[in-house]
Design a protein around this ligand. Structure first.
Ligand SMILES: Cc1cc2nc3c(=O)[nH]c(=O)nc-3n(C[C@H](O)[C@H](O)[C@H](O)COP(=O)(O)OP(=O)(O)OC[C@H]3O[C@@H](n4cnc5c(N)ncnc54)[C@H](O)[C@@H]3O)c2cc1C
Length: 487
């Protein structure tokens, strides 16, 4: 496994990002790969630990040391087979995953962890370049039909798995294109949309049916779902959190998803450019310091904003892993994205109190206050405002990136589904089944706003249980049993 002492010889290296001044000129991805020889060295940094904690760090249970070793040996096709055996879409996770596997890498205790995410990306990219990613139709059809509602990573992973098991799968998507948040939430500079399209060509050729502009429960009667033998709800958690403070109806206070979606749609279709909410020449304030906020920062800089400021209500995380989250846990630690690097004034412990507007109802400024958090044992932390810390920030465009409260309720209500305490569709990970027989759920709709890697993992797990429901048993892999029917 790896090269004996490879981790001592070679330092961690990752793909190269284009200079900020160049990359903000367009919306394209901006990375260049390392040479093949260097990528193989990166694979050889894997230490073949007794217990590879990276496996358990990864929600998909990716067999990381195994594919690292194949890369080290130049056996890229074998590496691809190993990678695909647990992950339907490494091209998405290899670009977008926050890589909990790297945070759990044993090498990370004493040195920089193995560059697992990059290795994954270049295995799959080589696979596409070499024509190794082939259409795999099921040998026979079972005669069973499955409807999947929602075409995000959870729906797509489940669709591919169920199709492999021989079921006839139809994916319904209310948007005009397939992909869920991969398509219109995540900006092109993080994921060019041709990456989704090249995978869709394969999924369609394998026999999956896609129906766009179908909003189940709105322009498609839920009663029609009865014609399917099983239904998977993978509609995401798209209810954006608002901010109930004075002035929030001002022109210029915009939900982040509205801002991001319109920009990406315009890149597909010139006609939609008129719908773009432009940040050009504006003082932009992004409220919310997560992934969505970071994507708004990157997009605002590409529009040519006059200034980009980011508020976060929580304290600034430590620069290095906090003691409260020791290895191999996901660390509480400051994350600086490539979008942040492109220019952004980041502020923590700031609460917005008012959107100030002019007589035309246009946003002109934000009034804020500094805060701190008081911890009281057994209670939720309390937000304390710092006296005399009020500040007014000039602002023409405020982007609300405050997270999501859960899935939309129309469909669960029409289908009579129970929700959990957090308002997500209730189903346990033991079978992903809802309270209505034959209806299953996975991804953000079940677990709340999360990550692509979790959505793919949940889609795969749910597919196994749907297959078992339809056939009495299933050979589709579960996370800890990936050696059965794999990619
Ligand atoms: C701006 C942004 C950036 C992000 N960046 C990252 C990142 O860098 N890395 C990462 O790991 N995660 C990221 N995430 C989170 C990640 O995108 C989600 O966790 C993931 O997409 C969830 O997948 P899903 O399949 O459950 O749902 P979604 O991707 O939300 O897909 C659900 C789909 O269902 C459709 N749908 C809903 N209801 C119906 C209906 N009634 N009829 C038909 N269709 C319906 C929706 O239109 C949508 O297309 C980001 C999220 C956002 C908002």
């Amino acid at each position: 496994m790896g090269e004996l002492g490879g981790f001592k010889k070679y330092e961690r290296k990752q793909e190269i990002n284009a200079a900020v001044t160049d990359r903000v000129k367009n919306y394209d991805e901006f990375t260049s790969p390392l040479s093949i020889a260097e990528q193989q060295k990166q694979g050889s940094r894997c230490m073949d630990c007794g217990i590879p904690f990276c496996h358990s760090g990864c929600p998909l249970g990716n067999l990381i040391p195994d594919f690292n070793d194949m890369v080290h040996q130049g056996e890229w096709k074998k590496a691809l087979e190993i990678l695909h055996s647990t992950n339907n879409f490494p091209e998405f996770t290899g670009r977008l995953c926050p890589a909990p596997c790297e945070k759990a890498c044993v090498l990370g205790i004493i040195d920089e962890p193995v560059a697992i995410e990059n290795i994954e990306k270049y295995i799959i990219e080589k696979g596409f370049q070499e024509g190794w990613i082939k259409v795999k139709k099921p040998e026979k059809r079972t005669g069973k039909t499955v409807a999947i509602i929602g075409s995000g990573p959870a729906g797509l992973a489940a669709a591919q798995q169920l199709n492999r098991a021989g079921h006839s799968v139809t994916v319904f998507e209310r948007d005009d294109r397939i992909g869920g948040l991969l398509r219109y939430g995540i900006p092109n500079f993080k994921l060019e949309k041709k990456i989704i399209d090249r995978r869709l060509v394969i999924l369609e050729a394998e026999g999956i049916t896609f129906k766009t502009n179908v909003n189940v429960g709105v322009n498609y009667d839920v009663a029609k779902l009865k014609q399917f033998d099983a239904v998977l709800l993978a509609g995401g958690a798209t209810m954006a959190r608002s901010i109930p403070i004075p002035g929030n109806d001002a022109k210029g206070v915009v939900q982040a998803m509205d801002f991001l979606t319109r920009q990406t749609k315009a890149l597909f279709n010139k006609k939609e450019e008129k719908n773009v909410i432009s940040a050009e020449g504006k003082d932009v304030i992004v409220i919310g310091g997560g992934d969505t906020g970071s994507d708004c920062v990157g997009t605002s800089n590409r529009h040519g904003a006059k200034s980009v400021t980011n508020f976060e209500i929580m304290p600034k995380p430590p620069m290095v892993r906090s003691e409260s989250t020791p290895w191999p846990f996901w660390p509480l630690q400051l994350k600086t994205s490539t979008s942040h690097e492109e220019g952004c004034d980041r502020n923590w412990l700031v609460n917005t109190k008012e959107f100030i507007k002019n007589e035309k109802g246009e946003l002109t400024a934000l009034r804020t206050v500094e805060v701190s958090w008081k911890t009281i044992p057994g209670q939720r932390p309390q937000l304390i405002e710092k006296e005399g810390s009020e500040k007014v920030w000039p602002c023409d465009l405020a982007l609300l990136a405050l997270g999501f409260t859960g899935p939309e309720k129309t469909l669960p209500e029409q289908l009579g589904l129970k929700l959990d305490m957090r308002g997500n569709v209730n189903a346990s990970t033991s079978d992903y089944a809802t309270n209505v027989s034959g209806i299953f759920t996975a991804g953000d709709m079940r677990r709340g706003q999360s990550l692509i890697v979790w959505a793919i993992s949940e889609g795969r797990q749910a597919a196994h249980h749907i297959d078992a429901f339809l056939m009495g048993s299933s050979r589709l892999p579960l996370k800890d049993n990936n050696d059965l029917l794999s990619a």
